[in-house]
Design a protein around this ligand. Structure first.
Ligand code: ATP
Length: 402
């Protein structure tokens, strides 16, 4: 599959002001970046724009400042770290309005090959509403727009969609291309058997992806909080486990669909359960294992059990292509991480193409030390899911066609 959008290879940026939307939404602890994968992933595009003599104006959101300046969500630490990673100064254009007098002056003073970073785009209330004023402000800063922020491509905001519509030349960057190609090829032309694994807690959000994946994959494995509405739909007693009753009928439909299509749908056969969710999340916790159809009323399933872990790992090992989104349990707690570890380990050990769909699954794989054993770890959780659902991503659609 190839993306039918113009990329930075199709344009000439020499001497031009290039606004490049990146996804620098990195976790911060006391002003320190605790996971810089997204910064590293953005470097190829930034380096190319520098090498081609563009005036490179980077922008991104960080966290949820909800439309006003929040010093703890300033992108200043990102500018500092990017300077180190690039070996060249990335000037931080501090500006509470993002595109205010300071930012404009900084752009005005740029030479070819210079790099600046604007302040957190979500300091502006219009950003997440795709409001015209901020899109216009951003467009006024640049001649060319590059979108390399896969992580926000499923949203239509000023800094990825609004601005693209106001600039004649709007293209995608290398990271965007790479993400779409990996995910697209895995789903559209998979080397079979193709196994998809879903887990995590955002059950309602993720149910939609099931229907599409069932049509593409050979085996669909469902663990984590996702599994419980399915188990309930089978008539099992699931106690106090995570469940969304409105989705039970949908789960029944999906089980019927799997059967009709002759696809394997694997659900946990046992679960690690506790009386309540750990608080704080890594607190010591007392757990017991129950069969998936016999969870006591006062217990919640918080990880897949050992038999399920073994079955899931075996199915993953038999695959030639695996796409995984969402942990198998509350992996942040060591007692409840065993199912997620078993699956991560199985993927690390296969020579199958392994694609991790971002968000918490990517964090889990990296945290467990299996990151470099995977073929591709997506920088976008929600975006990768919507893409796997078969939806068009607005951030990609807004770029010029080839
Ligand atoms: P994101 O959507 O942020 O990109 P993700 O898709 O990888 O991340 P989420 O749906 O957000 O995953 O779910 C991850 C969370 O699910 C983890 O914090 C984990 O603790 C929680 N989780 C996993 N299994 C269960 C369970 N059985 N019950 C409750 N929570 C669970």
């Amino acid at each position: 599959m190839s993306l039918n959008k113009k990329s930075i290879d199709d344009i000439n940026v020499k001497g031009k002001r290039v606004l490049c939307r990146c996804d620098f939404n990195v976790p911060l602890k006391e002003g320190k970046i605790t996971d810089e994968n997204r910064l590293v992933a953005a470097l190829p595009t930034i380096k190319k724009l520098i090498a081609d003599g563009g005036k490179v104006i980077l922008c991104s959101h960080l966290g949820k400042p909800k439309g006003e300046p929040k010093p703890e969500l300033s992108l200043a630490p990102v500018a500092a770290r990017l300077s180190e990673l690039l070996g060249q100064e990335v000037k931080f254009a501090a500006d509470p309005e993002v595109v205010g007098p300071n930012a404009k002056a900084a752009v005005e003073a740029m030479q070819d090959g210079d790099v600046i970073l604007l302040e957190n785009t979500r300091y502006r209330a219009e950003e997440t509403k795709n409001g015209e004023a901020f899109s216009k402000d951003l467009a006024s800063l640049c001649d060319v727009f590059v979108n390399d922020a896969f992580g926000t491509a499923h949203r239509a905001h000023c800094s990825n969609v609004g601005v693209a519509q106001l600039v004649d030349t709007a293209v995608v960057g290398y990271l965007m291309e790479k993400e779409i190609n990996f995910l697209g090829n895995a789903v559209e032309n998979p080397v079979r058997p193709f196994v998809a694994i879903l887990g995590g807690a955002k059950v309602a959000d993720k149910l939609n992806v099931i229907s599409n994946l069932l049509e593409k994959c050979d085996t669909l494995i469902i663990g984590g909080g996702m599994a419980f509405p399915f188990l309930k739909a089978k008539g099992y007693e699931i106690g106090a486990s995570l469940v969304d009753d409105e989705k039970i009928d949908y789960c029944k439909e999906m089980m019927e669909k799997a059967e009709k299509l002759g696809k394997k749908l694997l659900l946990p056969v046992d679960a690690v359960c506790a009386k309540s969710f750990p608080n704080p999340i890594d607190a010591e916790i007392e757990v017991s294992v129950y069969a998936a159809d016999a969870i006591p009323a006062d217990m919640a399933g918080l990880d897949i059990g050992p038999k399920s872990a073994e079955e899931f790992a075996a199915a993953a090992k038999a695959a030639k292509t695996v796409v995984w989104n969402g942990p198998m349990g509350v992996f942040e707690n060591p007692v409840l991480a065993k199912g997620t570890i078993a699956v991560a380990k199985a993927l690390a050990e296969t020579d199958a193409t392994t694609i991790i769909g971002g968000g918490d699954s990517a964090a889990a794989v990296n945290q467990l030390g299996f990151g470099d054993k995977m073929t591709h770890i997506s920088t976008g959780g929600g975006a990768s899911l919507e893409f796997l659902e078969g939806k068009e991503l607005p951030g990609v659609a807004a770029a010029n066609d080839k």
